[in-house]
Each structure stands twice: as C-alpha cells, then as structure tokens.
Design a protein. Structure first.
Length: 251
C-alpha cells in the first residue's frame, strides 16, 4: 500500500502533494513502482495534529481518488463518515480508518475496512501512552471491532496495530515482535511503520527522509511475520526487498 498524503502538514511528505495534480502524479509513480493499493489521505494524523473540516478534506481527496481509481485499487485514509462515503462514490474500495469506528459506513457502501488501533487522539496520543500488556490490549480491541464489522456485513476486514498511535517505542517494538498474535486471529494484518519517529530514534536520530532503511527493515520483518500488507512511502525499495524475501528466501 503506497501512501499519498494530499495534506499541508503530514509528518514526512506534508505540502508536497497538496495540489491534486502532484498527488495524482505521485500516486501513478507509486503504482509504476509496484504498489497494489494507493492510500489517499486528506488529514494528517501525526502526533499533535488537529482535525480538518469535512469540506476541506473532501476537496483534497476526491479528485485524487477519481483520477487514480481507474488504474489501481484506492483506499481512503479518513476518520470521517462523510469523507469515506464520497471517497467510495469517487472510486475507493477500502476505508482505512485510524479511528476504527467507521465499520457501519463501510458496510453501507460495500467497501472493505481497515480497523487501526489508537490510544487517545492524535492531538495528545503521544503524551504518556500506557498499557499493562500492549499486545493483548491491542489484539482484544481489534478483535472486538473486527467482529462488529463482520456482524454489520463488512465482507473484507483488515486489522492494524497502529504503530506510533498512542504508543511509546517499547510498545511499538513489542507489537512488531509479537505480530504473530495478530496474524493468528485470522484477519489479514496491515502494518504501517514507514518513516515513523521511532525508527528515527532507534537509528541515532535519522531525519524523516533518512529512515528508508529502517522503514524497509521493519516492513520486511512485518511481512515475514505474516502481515498481508505494509503501508509505505518508499514503494520501490519496499517492493524490491519484499520480492527478495518472497521469491528467494522463502522459496
Ligand atoms: N499511519 C499513518 C496514517 N494512516 N493508517 C494505517 N492503517 N496504519 C498506519 O500505521 C497509519 C495510517 C501516519 O502516517 P502518514 O500518513 O505518513 O502521516 P500523517 O498522518 O502525518 O499524514
């Protein structure tokens, strides 16, 4: 899953693809690099980010989805029901929901749904995240939401541990180490580590543009543990590494 953020303030590519033409061009580039899904977002959920009004978010994502949908599967990265609905009408077939609350919307419009775990809300989630057992708590939350979605009639339900969403570095590492416990639920797992802050901290303070190696390493790790999809900015590098793993190492 390649990331296209049509936002002014996303933590790694904010402002680069706010213009629809630039976002579409970038999405097509990621398709050429091997992305199977393009995730289009119009609201940053980086730590500290505030909410974007519905009209503005809709204005940012709809033209990009319309242009990309004939070429590739498109998901919409949103927490808002209204935006999910117009995005599906524009051609998106997957609702990537970091709030894990839009399953009825996905059921209503016949789209797939990604339930991501987050403790708190982006504005404050990194202040002091706490868990007794992060893997068990994330797993039971996701299972509960996934069951609700299945009961509501969503035919395609994904789960995502929400790396960096209300989690300290140790929480992120525990979730990655124990990803098998999410994979074991039987729901397909998607993981997003790409260029995130913990990679910078664990690699001696690498800037956001210098986190490709850590991003690829963690993506390959996630795939090796059984994740079905990784959400990444650096599609070419990730596809090359994933192909090596799948074609050569696992052969
Ligand atoms: N991470 C981000 C946004 N959406 N969706 C899923 N399912 N999983 C993730 O880990 C995830 C996500 C944050 O990354 P990004 O889109 O690059 O930044 P921003 O939120 O600042 O736009």
């Amino acid at each position: 899953m390649g990331i296209v953020n049509a936002t002014p303030d996303s933590f790694s590519d904010g402002g680069r693809f706010l213009d629809a033409g630039a976002a579409i061009e970038h999405g097509l580039r990621l398709v050429a690099e091997g992305a199977d899904v393009i995730d289009v977002g119009g609201e940053s959920t980086r730590p500290g980010a505030g909410e974007v009004p519905v009209d503005e978010e809709r204005r940012r994502v709809v033209p990009v989805i319309e242009a990309l949908a004939p070429h590739v599967r498109v998901s919409v990265d949103t927490r808002k029901a209204e935006v999910a609905e117009v995005a599906v009408a524009a051609g998106a077939t997957l609702v990537n929901d970091v709030s894990a609350s839009l399953w009825e919307v996905a059921a209503g419009c016949g789209a797939g749904w990604v339930a991501m775990h987050m403790q708190g809300v982006p504005a404050t989630m990194q202040v002091d995240p706490r868990y007794d057992d992060v893997v068990a708590e994330v797993r039971s939350f996701l299972l509960e939401r996934a069951a609700a979605a299945v009961a509501a009639g969503v035919a395609e339900v994904w789960i995502d541990p929400g790396i960096g969403f209300g989690k300290g570095d140790d929480h992120n590492l525990e979730l990655l180490a124990d990803l098998g416990r999410l994979v074991g639920t039987g729901f397909p797992v998607v993981v997003g580590t790409s260029r995130k802050g913990f990679i910078g901290r664990l690699t001696g303070g690498a800037d956001v543009d210098d986190r490709v190696q850590g991003s690829v390493a963690t993506a390959v790790w996630a795939l090796a543990q059984g994740a079905a999809m990784v959400r990444v900015h650096d599609v070419a590098a990730t596809v090359a590494a994933a192909r090596l793993l799948g074609d050569e190492v696992a052969a």
